[in-house]
Design a protein around this ligand. Sequence first.
Ligand SMILES: [Fe+2]
Length: 136
Amino acid sequence: MSYHQPYPPAGVQLNHTAVYASDRSLSAEFIAAILGLEVGAPFGPFLPVDLGNGVTLDYYEKRDEPIQAQHYAFLVPDEQFDAVIARLEAVGVTYYADPRHTEPGRVNDLFGGRGAYFDDPDGHNMEVMTRPYVRP
Ligand SMILES: [Fe+2]
C-alpha cells in the first residue's frame, strides 16, 4: 500500500506512534489481520503497520515491564465494518458496544454509524467506528 501526499503537508499531521507490545509480531499481525492491512518490513526495533492515511503504528517490543493499556480508534468505511466484525468472530475475540466492555457481542450506533471495542493481545483498547465523534 502506498500513500502519497504533497510535501511538506499542510498543517500538523500525526505521522507515526509507537505501540508497545510484549510480542511485536503477534500484535502487529493481529491488528493488520483484523483491519485488513499488511505488516510492513521491520524498521530497527519497530514493526510497522501503515494505516493507509499516512499514519503508521510502529509496534515496539517491551518485554520486561508491564504494558500500560492505551486506546486506539480506527475509522473504517461502512462497507468494511461487517468484515472487521466477522474477522473478530473468526478468531474468537469478543467485541463490545462500549469502551468499558460491558456489552459483549454488540455494536453501537454512535453518531449515526456503527462502532465496537475489542482488546488487542496486550490489552490495548481498540475501537473501530464508521463515523468520527461529533465533538462540541
Ligand atoms: Fe474512542
